[in-house]
Design a binder for this molecule. Structure first.
Ligand code: ADP
Ligand code: MG
Length: 362
């Protein structure tokens, strides 16, 4: 049985002309111990979805179940709402919201002191939580005496200390710099427990890809794809997902012929290349996703010719922008090794090693 289950969840804010339908029939099952990221642009409904699981928002359609308990139901026959404190769910927010007048130890102990634990039990669990985030020696400091990264670790320890049934994160790393983000990503990965699912809201694809078992991509209050990170990158279900996860090269191409049930020969600027597809396209025109790293320079006669319009040196290589238009208005870009010295206006002759036909909208 799934340990968190959402069935056809709807949420509308406000009413009448001011109303906003923020969740439009979201269904999602999380297994015990599973880590699922909710990834999507700003306003897509990620925070709303998280808050409905936590019980911080009610729902107007569907049901939410944690373990065997229905915690939210909008079904006329079973309408009810278990408040946040009755759900055994913890949330880590972007702003760590520690109490400034309490020590690290007391901040972490606070949720336990609301319960029935004995003083020695509280002490033991706080020490274990501090050790888990490697902050054992800072227990007597106040939040104002900690760095941003240390404060976020305290927030993580406080969320874990009560042994919640579900751990939720809402953009917990958004205010940290790259180095601290990686450090917290390691801490969060270590906090995984086989009996506790985690839901992690982010608009940062690096975090989602690095941490998750599965990623739910949200757009306009709906899950547009739910898949493993590898599947999401190699088989995006729409141009939006490809743009969000895969580096964004979605290009118009012509179908020449089918090669097998899951492979087609395509043509782009006269260059012929093979693309994978879920089902054979029914139209002659398709959109194809080509990862920026799925191309290389070639000396063969058959090549995709593009003109270099801008070069971003990135240490390990160059990100090259070209004059080949993408479907969304920007331009095809690719990664070339650092040893090459592409320059603006150079004609590049490329070979495409891998491509994926975006499935037609159903
Ligand atoms: P995300 O976290 O993906 O950025 P949110 O879940 O915060 O998205 O918001 C989804 C949509 O719902 C947005 O259009 C937002 O403006 C709207 N919204 C969020 N909270 C409220 C609220 N309390 N009242 C009215 N509209 C809201
Ligand atoms: Mg949000």
């Amino acid at each position: 049985m799934a340990s968190v289950s959402l069935r056809q969840v709807h949420k509308t804010y406000g009413s009448g002309a001011q109303s906003h339908h923020a969740l439009r029939g979201v269904s999602l099952d999380l297994a015990d111990g599973e880590f699922v990221a909710l990834l999507g642009p700003s306003g897509s409904g990620k925070t709303t979805l998280l808050r409905t699981i936590a019980g911080l928002e009610g729902i107007d359609g569907g049901e939410i179940q944690i373990g065997s308990d229905v915690v939210s139901s909008a079904l006329p026959s079973a309408r009810h709402h278990v408040p946040p404190e009755g759900r055994q769910v913890s949330v880590v927010f972007q702003s760590h919201a520690l109490w400034p007048h309490m020590t690290v130890h007391d901040n972490i102990a606070f949720p336990l002191r609301q319960g029935a634990s004995s003083a020695s039990e509280v002490g033991r669990r706080v020490l274990a939580a501090l050790a888990a985030v490697e902050l054992g020696d800072l227990a007597q400091r106040f939040p104002g005496q900690l760095s941003g990264g240390q404060r976020q670790r305290v927030a993580l320890a406080r969320a874990m200390v009560g042994a919640p049934r579900v751990l939720l994160f809402d953009e917990p790393l958004a205010s940290l710099d790259t180095e601290l983000r990686r450090d917290m990503m390691r801490q969060i990965a270590r906090a995984r427990r086989s009996d506790m699912p985690m839901v992690y809201v982010t608009h940062n694809q690096e975090e989602a890809l690095a941490l998750s078992d599965r990623i739910a991509v949200l757009a306009h209050g709906q899950i547009v794809q739910l898949d493993s990170p590898a599947m999401l990158c190699s088989e995006p279900a729409s141009a939006m997902v490809a743009a969000f996860v895969g580096g964004g090269n979605v290009i118009d191409a012509k179908v020449l012929r089918a090669l097998d049930p899951h492979k087609v020969l395509l043509s782009l600027r006269g260059y012929e290349f093979i693309a994978r597809c879920r089902t054979l396209p029914r139209t002659a025109d398709v959109q194809v996703c080509i990862s920026p790293s799925a191309v290389s320079l070639t000396t063969q006669a058959q090549a995709l010719e593009v003109r270099c319009t801008f070069v971003f040196f990135q240490g390990s290589g160059h990100l090259v922008e070209t004059d080949l238009p993408r479907c969304n208005g920007s331009y095809f870009s690719c990664v070339l090794p650092a040893g090459l010295q592409p320059r603006q206006d150079d004609l590049l002759r490329l070979q495409v090693h891998d491509a994926w036909v975006i499935p037609a909208a159903s």
